[in-house]
Design a binder for this molecule. Structure first.
Ligand SMILES: [Zn+2]
Length: 429
């Protein structure tokens, strides 16, 4: 049963959702708590709902943040937050609660909700969002973040009107393997939604810019399409920091800056409140890819050492990469954020197969954040790694596998800037 079987509207509608949240928190004590994280400029509360298994310490959990209702007139988003909260308290979400802290902000923009107007921005965070999200995310830097929007009969897309639902690997960059990883995850979300009967598309942020800012005149489309794609690539701004006012960026989604700030896995979602005329259908259709992503956060991706969201290739590629360190999830996150902000100060790491039994790897760090601690990780076709040395010193390492190869994960501490060279021995069969 969906949380809402109708779409709440106006002031009464907002109160209805807030009452539902309060009742839900009372009914699900121990799993859910609510915190008012700020107020809109017309003084509506902006509540966040925290869902997790409180018996498991937070330092062993991933952080996922789900926002909805940033654009006031996007009616479909109103039923998404409660539906996700309802799901997260169900039996199916037990493992999610044990391994993640999920924070849901069902109505980011209550003022726009009541007015039933956009009352927001497509190109930057609003002042309210900077204050409210800035405060929250400083304490809970997310590993994954989704922002839900909703397309309507004519609002939203200018070339595919009234019927489209979309997963948008949003505001990422082509740094390291990020584009490929976001597409990989999006495809898994899409497959899961399709198996539930919901046909989603995967569009890039450039596609999105085209359909928001493109032209409805049929003859202009190819030119507009190209122009918008190029425009966007030059418009991404790394300075929107949630809490810093006055900076602007291309940020249709609240999660945009999280990628640049914390290397968060970020997705924009567009459900549809015109093609799906029933509130319960909008809720189910939105939940399908969302729950699939939350569940992926409990699994180990083939190229990752540990279970969790795939956010740890910070420089390089699948074959040789720089990754975070740490003995629990929160240390790991802190290391990730630190290395991510220093990523420009690493050389692209290099490797060479010297002979059939020997691989060398080199990495250079030329920044000032010392001592710099990170892991160098190589994907090897050899099963058996016998030793790793740096000069005459033995170096400790760990291994993990995917279906056909072995990853060596080598913790490194650099006291001063410079280059480290490692020799990896692997017997030849
Ligand atoms: Zn929107």
């Amino acid at each position: 049963m969906a949380a809402f079987s109708h779409i709440p509207v106006g002031e009464e509608g907002l109160k209805e959702i807030y009452q539902w949240l309060d009742d839900w928190v009372v009914k699900n004590k121990g799993l859910v708590r609510k915190e008012v994280i700020g107020k809109s400029s017309d003084h509506w509360d902006i509540p966040a709902v925290f869902i997790t298994d409180e018996a498991v310490p937070n330092h062993n959990k991933q952080i996922a943040v789900i926002t909805s209702g940033r654009h006031g007139q996007e009616l479909g988003t109103r039923v998404v937050g409660p539906e996700v909260i309802r799901y997260l308290c169900s039996h199916d979400a037990k493992e999610i609660r044990e391994t993640q802290l999920v924070i849901v902000i069902p109505v980011v923009n209550p003022e726009g909700f009541v007015l039933n107007e956009f009352h927001s921005s497509m190109t930057s965070l609003t002042q309210t969002e900077r204050l409210v999200l800035g405060g929250l995310l400083k304490s809970f830097p997310p590993d994954m973040m989704i922002d839900f929007h909703s397309l309507g009969q004519s609002a939203g897309s200018k070339y595919d009107r009234g019927d489209m639902e979309v997963i948008i690997p949003a505001n990422t960059s082509r740094w390291a393997m990020d584009e490929q990883i976001h597409q990989y995850v999006a495809r898994e979300m899409q497959k899961s939604a399709e198996s539930g009967g919901w046909p989603y598309e995967i569009h890039t942020l450039e596609d999105l810019a085209t359909y928001y800012f493109g032209d409805t005149k049929i003859g202009n489309m190819p030119w507009t399409y190209l122009k918008e794609k190029v425009y966007l690539l030059h418009m991404q701004d790394s300075c929107d920091n949630y809490d810093v006012p006055g900076e602007s960026a291309y940020t249709n989604y609240t999660c945009g800056p999280a990628y640049l700030k914390w290397h968060t896995l970020v997705f924009g979602m567009e459900t549809n409140h015109y093609a799906l005329s029933q509130a319960a259908d909008i809720a189910s259709s939105a939940l399908a890819p969302c729950s699939a992503l939350l569940k992926m956060g409990c699994t180990r991706f083939p190229w990752e050492k540990d279970k969790g969201y795939p956010v740890n290739i910070l420089q390089g590629d699948f074959r040789i990469s720089i990754r975070p360190l740490g003995s629990n999830v929160s240390q790991h996150r802190a290391s990730r954020v630190r290395i991510w902000s220093e990523r420009m100060n690493f050389n692209l790491p290099q490797r060479e197969l010297v002979d059939q039994e020997t691989t060398t790897a080199r990495v250079r760090y030329f920044g000032r954040d010392l001592p710099m601690e990170f892991a160098l990780c190589l994907r090897m076709r050899q099963n058996n790694i016998t030793s790793i040395t740096s000069g005459s010193k033995q170096v400790k390492f760990e291994t993990f596998k995917d279906s056909c190869s072995t990853f060596v994960y080598i913790p490194i501490e650099m006291e001063k800037a410079g280059t480290i060279e490692l020799t990896i021995k692997h017997p030849y069969h």
